[in-house]
Design a protein around this ligand. Structure first.
Ligand SMILES: CC(C)(COP(=O)(O)OP(=O)(O)OC[C@H]1O[C@@H](n2cnc3c(N)ncnc32)[C@H](O)[C@@H]1OP(=O)(O)O)[C@@H](O)C(=O)NCCC(=O)NCCS
Length: 173
């Protein structure tokens, strides 16, 4: 449940993209940085979460931002994603990140609800997402929304280290 704080969920505009990119890099590093070598972490931040990545992604995906007291506290990226799932029509929750100081207050759930309710997702028979098998908290949240694991593949870093599995989850409707 949301605490008594002033939270607003709004669609991002093009002007928000640099702030989303910085927020994504910072949150990722805080959440997962300790588990990677400096080379692998830098590769992920510079390739998968670069400003350019977000500019390109915005051409196909949508972003919602959660503002708390006027400051970005989280965001969700959703849409066709990179198309690695084959069902048609389908959609993906591409990323869901909440500021570490704001986690556990319902913001992630509110962002997920907003994304699933967006009309761009309404026609999808199936909504997919990837989650790291070591990310128990996120996995629990997704299961609460009805996502179930349907597969997985080794998560291999840029330098070739196997870091467990990337699980594929689906919400059918
Ligand atoms: C996963 C994440 C988006 C959840 O956002 P949130 O705002 O904390 O989630 P909510 O408060 O709406 O829901 C809490 C649920 O999230 C999960 N959760 C994950 N990380 C948590 C944390 N640090 N604190 C509290 N709950 C967390 C739990 O399942 C919790 O459910 P529970 O009450 O059954 O234990 C957020 O923790 C986050 O950004 N984590 C780092 C990045 C990440 O892992 N993103 C997902 C990548 S697949």
């Amino acid at each position: 449940m949301l605490d008594a704080m002033s939270i607003t969920i709004r669609p991002a505009t093009e002007r928000d993209l640099p702030a989303i990119a910085s927020f994504a890099r910072w949150t990722y590093e805080k959440a997962f940085g300790d588990g990677f070598s400096p080379e692998d972490l830098a590769h992920h931040l510079n390739h998968r979460l670069s400003d350019r990545y977000f500019r390109d992604a915005a051409a196909r995906d949508r972003f919602f931002i959660a503002d708390v007291d006027g400051q970005m506290a989280g965001y969700v990226q959703f849409g066709p994603g990179d198309g690695k799932t084959k069902d048609s029509p389908h959609r993906q929750i591409v990323r869901l990140y909440v500021h570490p100081d704001r986690q556990g207050h319902g913001i992630g759930s509110a962002l997920m609800e907003a994304a699933l309710a967006d009309k761009s997702m309404a026609s999808a028979d199936a909504i997919y997402l990837d989650v790291w098998d070591r990310n128990d908290g996120a996995r629990r949240l997704y299961e609460r929304f009805g996502f179930e694991v349907i597969g997985g593949h080794n998560f291999i870093t840029a330098t070739g280290v196997v870091m467990g599995q990337d699980l594929l989850m689906v919400l059918r409707r």
